[in-house]
Structures are given as structure tokens and as C-alpha cells.
Design a protein around this ligand. Structure first.
Ligand SMILES: NC(=O)C1=CN([C@@H]2O[C@H](COP(=O)(O)OP(=O)(O)OC[C@H]3O[C@@H](n4cnc5c(N)ncnc54)[C@H](OP(=O)(O)O)[C@@H]3O)[C@@H](O)[C@H]2O)[C@@H](O)CC1
Ligand SMILES: Nc1ncnc2c1ncn2[C@@H]1O[C@H](COP(=O)(O)OP(=O)(O)O)[C@@H](O)[C@H]1O
Ligand SMILES: [K+]
Length: 479
């Protein structure tokens, strides 16, 4: 599991740790890790031209001390002080003592730098870069240098992943003590490049429950249902899929495809697209409806491709088993009906659907994904999986459990129908007995991995191919 903590929590842990250490020790640990990472990126430190962009806080201090270490190893290190009278005094003295220098002409030194260290802002920065930093950051990006962000790319919001103005696009970020949410959530994540975590001893002072967590292969492998000697198709769980319409028959096929690959013992399809479903999947059980007459299931998926036939959603929500609501099913969704359910509900909107549910513009959801998913979970009393470039899953427990962030996404998934596959897959995991947060996050992970497998064969992929690759993705996480 990869975990991230909010700035407030990081600062509290830092204070606890600093109280036990000699003054400045923590910054020295950070600077040592940073300098080592930079040396690795440079290959040869001696003779390298390094430029430090130094802001007014401790983030700049880290850059200055790391610069001093590189200067001692023979690099030519030059600092650009964005706020000269507020630059970290100890760090500046260390740099000058090690043979580094300060320049008034950032553009001249940036033009032929090999490495730029961005120490403008870290966890203390808010609201995008200030105007005086913008031309310097642009010149750094326009140079041929490798750009390394100290702790976070300057200009991004550490706690939310929002980018409210100009921010620095780094090639790599060296972060200290723990990941911060902004390093894992778009749009900020895109600015971080490759992220390296440097331990500074903070780990023991952080609470056991993080703010954000990202599953990895082993975590997903532990969640996936595997049949045993006692299993039969009913004990493995039956998932019902209510999807498709005369207008969108393919959504039914794709949702059933995802469900069949999700570990349930059987898939019941309910709706008007039974012929198409059976033609592709003879193993599916089909029924014309209504869902209540279709036979017992352990979870329902409702919504993909329903078109105007959304009257059925209320009926499915009335059932006493977990329900996943996706796509058309989310239109006109009755919050009171969802809140009043006895069994868990999993909503799987993309940004546009989430925006409609929240009554805000789509861009607002895309720029503030974390706040949006939390707000939806709380409003609907449901677990919410917010799809997109960074998929997030939040439970309706007021923040007691960490929001899950999917590290396995890939833009290849931006293809029609891939969401239908995801809803079938997550529904199948619900039927197999996973709780809604686990089902949603394990499904998102497998779905992304399947898309990567499919794309590795070369070129654009179709949603049906994603469903087919779920089998090899499953094998991959269990290997
Ligand atoms: N916590 C830890 O465990 C450890 C923390 N460490 C390091 O300390 C860093 C945090 O340092 P920090 O608290 O001094 O804040 P920091 O990120 O330097 O920025 C604040 C300064 O920037 C300014 N500023 C604000 N917004 C701005 C903007 N948009 N554009 C431009 N400027 C802006 C703001 O100025 P003001 O608003 O006062 O004018 C303020 O002076 C952390 O990220 C890590 O690198 C490690 O050394 C060891 C372990
Ligand atoms: N840029 C992207 N990067 C990663 N994943 C993406 C991106 N765009 C879309 N996706 C994923 O693709 C799927 C699209 O689902 P959805 O929007 O419901 O499409 P559809 O309705 O066509 O099935 C989701 O799993 C989403 O997370
Ligand atoms: K920075």
C-alpha cells in the first residue's frame, strides 16, 4: 500500500520528531536524500551545472543545503533567490561556504544548466506560483536541464491535487517522509514526474490511518475472491446486470463481459438486450425483467446503456443486496432513496456525471477531484468511485477510512464502453462479498492493469479487449 498524509498531519508529526532531534537535523536528512537523488540523476556530479530556485521558506532551505552537498562534490552550484531577504539563512551560508554562489541573472544560468532544483514552495505553498516566480520557472522548463522538484512541484496544492494557477512541471520529485495527496491525484500528479520518497524518520510519528492510500499488486491479490473446494456457483456469488436498451445494446454486452471476469459464480442479465448478450456469452443467465422476478442475486449493477429506461433504477435500489449504479442510472438519482438503503451502494460517475449530481460545472469536479468524491459520498450516503485520469474511491464514513486512489489507470482507457466493463467487474466483486470500497478500488486497479496488458500488444484498444485482458491482469496481480 502506498499512503499519503495531509499537510496538517505531516506538520504535527514533524513537530513531534523535531522535538527529539538537534535543531536542523530533519532538514539535513531531507537535504542528504535530495542530494543523493540528484547525484543519481546527474550520473557525474563533478563539473555539473546546478541551479537552485529558492523561495522564502524551508523548501528553499532544503534546496540550499542539497546544493551545498553537490558543490562539495565538485558541482558548480548557483542559487536564484526569489525573496533574497527571506532566503533560509543557514542554507545560504552552507552553500556559500561550500563554494556555491548567488546570481541576479537567473536566465543566464538557466540557459546552460544540467540540473534545476525547484525549492520555491513545498507544503507551505498555496494558490499557484506568484508572478515573480513564473518567468523563472518557465525558463527552467524551457532549458535542457533535468528539473527536480523539492518535496512537491511548486505551485500545486499539496492536500488536494488542485493546481490553481501556474505550477512547475518537474521531471522528478523527491518528497520527504511521506507522499502528499497532491503527488497522487490529478491534475497536480501530472506535474510531479517520477516521484521518489526519501525517509527522514517521520514514519513512526504519523497516525496509523492515512488520508489517502493506493493499492499495489499484493493488496489487490489479497482482496480478490478465489474459489475453494467448498465453492459452488451460488456460494461464489451471483451478480445481476441491469443494462442496455434498444439504443445501447452494446453496454449490456460490455457490462456482462466485465462481470464474467470478476469472480462471481454466475451472471444474470436482465433487460432488452438478452439476444446480444447470449450471442456473445452463452454462460450468462438472461431474463427479460423486471429485476425482482429474475431470481436471487448477491449484488446488482444497474445503469450502463439504459437510455431512457431509468425507471428500473428505483426498483433495484429497493433490493436488500449491494447495488452499483453507473452511467444512465445516475441520471435523476434520488439521494433519499440511496441514503435510505439498508445494503451498501456504490456509485461510479465520471466527472460529468459527478458534476450533474453535485450541481456544479464539470471543470470544478476535474480540478478538485478529492473534495468532489468526498462530498458525493457524504451527500448520498454511498461509496463513490469517481472515474477519470485519477480514479478515486471514497466511503461514506466522514473520512474515517482513507480515500483510495487508483495508481494503475492509463489514458488508453479513455475509449467508449470501458466504464461499462468496470461496472460489471466491480459488481461481480461486490457479489463475491467484497465491501464497496474494496470492490471499487480493486476493480479500478484490475481494469487499468487489463488496459495496460491489452495496449502492450500495440496501439489503441477497445473496451471489449479490456474485458478480455482482465484474466491476464488477474493472473498478473496474483503472480
Ligand atoms: N514538514 C517536514 O516534515 C519537513 C519539511 N521540510 C521542508 O520544508 C517545507 C515546508 O516549508 P515551509 O513551511 O517553510 O513552507 P514552504 O513550502 O517553503 O513555502 C512557504 C513559503 O513560500 C511562500 N509562498 C507561499 N505560497 C507561495 C506561492 N504561491 N508562490 C511563491 N511563494 C509562496 C510563503 O511566503 P509568504 O506567504 O509568507 O509570503 C512562505 O514563505 C517542506 O515542503 C519541505 O521541503 C524538510 O526540510 C524537513 C521535513
Ligand atoms: N485520461 C484517462 N486516464 C486514465 N483513465 C481514464 C482516462 N479517461 C477515462 N479513463 C477511464 O476510462 C473509463 C471510462 O469510463 P466512462 O467515462 O464511464 O466511459 P463509458 O461511458 O464510455 O464506458 C473509466 O474507468 C475512467 O477512469
Ligand atoms: K518545490
Amino acid at each position: 500500500m502506498r499512503i499519503a498524509y495531509s499537510v496538517e498531519t505531516v506538520r504535527a508529526a514533524e513537530a513531534e520528531l523535531m522535538a527529539r532531534l538537534p535543531e536542523g537535523a530533519l532538514m539535513q536528512r531531507a537535504a542528504a536524500g535530495l542530494a543523493a537523488a540528484c547525484a543519481g540523476l546527474l550520473g557525474r556530479v563533478y563539473g555539473a551545472r546546478v541551479v537552485l530556485l529558492v523561495g522564502s521558506g524551508d523548501n528553499g532551505g532544503d534546496a540550499l543545503y542539497a546544493g551545498a552537498r553537490l558543490a562539495r562534490r565538485g558541482a558548480g552550484v548557483c542559487a536564484v533567490l526569489l525573496a533574497p531577504d527571506r532566503a533560509h539563512q543557514g542554507g545560504l551560508a552552507a552553500l556559500l561556504g561550500a563554494g556555491g554562489r548567488v546570481t541576479d541573472d537567473p536566465f543566464e544560468v538557466l540557459a546552460d544548466a544540467d540540473l534545476v532544483l525547484d525549492g520555491v514552495t513545498g507544503i507551505g505553498g498555496h494558490g499557484g506560483l506568484r508572478p515573480d516566480a513564473v518567468p523563472v520557472i518557465r525558463a527552467a522548463r524551457g532549458s535542457n536541464a533535468v528539473v527536480v522538484a523539492v518535496d512537491l512541484p511548486s505551485g500545486v496544492e499539496a492536500d488536494t491535487g488542485e493546481v490553481r494557477g501556474e505550477a512547475l512541471h518537474a521531471d522528478a520529485t523527491v518528497t520527504f517522509g511521506t507522499y502528499k495527496p497532491g503527488l497522487l491525484i490529478d491534475p497536480a500528479k501530472e506535474y510531479a514526474g517520477m516521484v521518489r520518497l526519501v525517509g527522514i524518520g517521520l514514519e513512526d510519528h504519523l497516525p496509523s490511518v492515512p488520508d489517502l492510500e493506493a493499492l499495489q499488486h499484493a493488496d489487490v491479490a489479497r482482496l480478490l475472491p478465489v474459489p475453494t473446494g467448498e465453492s459452488d456457483k451460488y456460494r461464489r456469488g451471483v451478480v445481476g446486470v441491469v443494462a442496455g436498451s434498444a439504443r445501447y445494446p452494446g453496454a449490456a454486452v460490455l457490462a456482462v463481459a466485465g462481470a464474467l471476469r470478476g469472480g462471481a459464480g454466475a451472471v444474470r442479465y436482465v433487460g432488452p438486450a438478452a439476444d446480444g448478450v447470449i450471442a456473445r456469452f452463452p454462460e450468462a443467465l438472461v431474463h427479460g425483467g423486471p429485476p425482482a422476478k429474475a431470481g436471487r442475486v448477491q449484488a446488482w449493477v444497474v445503469g450502463p446503456g439504459l437510455g431512457d429506461g431509468i425507471g428500473v433504477v428505483a426498483e433495484v435500489l429497493d433490493s436488500d443486496v449491494p447495488v452499483l449504479v453507473d452511467a444512465d442510472g445516475l441520471r435523476l438519482l434520488d439521494a433519499a432513496a440511496v441514503r435510505g438503503r439498508g445494503a451498501p451502494t456504490l456509485l461510479t460517475p465520471h466527472a460529468g456525471e459527478a458534476a450533474a449530481l453535485l450541481g456544479v460545472p464539470r471543470e470544478e469536479v476535474e480540478s478538485a477531484r478529492l473534495a468532489s468524491v468526498r462530498e458525493l459520498a457524504s451527500r448520498y450516503g454511498a461509496t463513490v468511485l469517481l472515474k477519470g485520469s485519477t480514479t478515486l474511491v471514497a466511503a461514506p464514513d466522514g473520512g474515517r477510512s482513507p480515500v483510495r486512489v487508483n495508481p494503475m489507470g492509463t489514458p488508453w482507457l479513455a475509449t467508449a464502453g470501458s466504464g461499462d466493463v468496470l461496472s460489471g467487474l466491480a459488481g461481480s466483486l461486490l457479489a463475491a462479498g467484497l465491501d464497496a470500497r474494496d470492490a471499487g478500488s480493486a476493480a479500478a486497479y484490475l481494469h487499468g492493469l487489463a488496459a495496460r496488458h491489452a495496449a502492450s500488444e500495440g496501439g489503441p484498444i477497445t473496451s471489449y479487449e479490456v474485458a478480455e485482458a482482465l484474466r491476464s491482469a488477474w493472473g498478473d496481480v496474483q503472480a
